[in-house]
Design a binder for this molecule. Structure first.
Ligand SMILES: *Cc1c(COP(=O)(O)O)cnc(C)c1O
Length: 235
């Protein structure tokens, strides 16, 4: 067995353990294998072990990989979205995880209409109010929510966050809980369903699942240590 399939196997059982600890069904959590900086061969290894959902954060890097890999794979764009890339992104990715402004949401809606698409998106929240991070400030999101929900082409799945760096997985719990509480509050105030929470990475996906994550984005724990950082990458 390759390292990748062995790692995947371990991650999957850690995901199911976290699910049973919190009384949730295993099927309620989507494991997204974050393949940024890793080659198509790494991705093929994962596919060989049954992995279907992959996350990438840079269009230039993802485009050739998506082109050469089987069309059955499901691609998630987890990076920050540049306006001039929206048209291509919507054509290639099933889910965009980091819509971080009303302006970007409205523009994506326009492009989606032109392309005849109904993209699924997450709204990224800057949960730790960090200057260095993208995402809606919470008050900003409450103000924008009505307008966002009126965008007829965007299927808003829920909220996404990248919490501030912490020393232990347990210390990330407050941020995951805060995102869940914000989701619950938005649902109540705006009378909508926001069923999904994209939160949790290699170090802390177990805690994220306990706090309600439906999409965990796991890279290095599956593919190994990334040998270079990419622009805008955190951590
Ligand atoms: C790189 C990245 C991940 C995966 O990080 P790991 O610590 O390698 O699991 C998850 N989410 C986002 C937004 C990323 O950029």
């Amino acid at each position: 067995m390759s390292d990748v399939s062995e790692n995947l196997c371990e991650i999957k059982s850690a995901v199911s353990e976290a699910c049973s600890r919190s009384g949730r069904e295993v099927g309620s959590v989507e494991l997204i294998a974050v393949s940024k900086t890793f080659s198509s061969d790494h991705i093929r290894d994962a596919v060989g072990s049954g992995q279907l959902h992959f996350g990438e954060s840079r269009l230039q890097e993802a485009e050739p990989k998506i082109a050469e890999l089987p069309g059955s794979l499901r691609w998630h764009f987890i990076g920050s979205v540049q306006r001039n890339k929206v048209r291509k992104l919507l054509g290639l990715f099933e889910v965009v995880h980091a819509i971080d402004s009303l302006r970007l949401a409205a523009y994506s809606n326009e492009i989606a209409r032109e392309l005849g698409l109904f993209p699924k998106v997450f709204l990224q929240v800057n949960i730790g109010k960090e200057l260095s991070k993208g995402g809606f400030e919470s008050s900003e999101l409450y103000e924008a929510m009505d307008d966002i929900l009126n965008l007829d082409r965007l299927g808003v799945l829920g909220l996404m966050c990248i919490p501030p760096p912490v020393d232990t997985p347990e210390s990330a719990r407050v941020w995951f809980a805060a995102l869940r509480e914000m989701r619950d509050d938005l649902e109540a105030r705006f009378g909508v369903r926001l069923p999904s929470l994209s939160m949790g990475m290699s170090a802390d996906f177990g805690v994220a699942i306990e706090e309600g994550a439906t999409h965990v984005r796991v890279g290095s724990a599956i593919f190994g240590k990334r040998s270079y950082r990419i622009d805008g990458e955190l951590g």
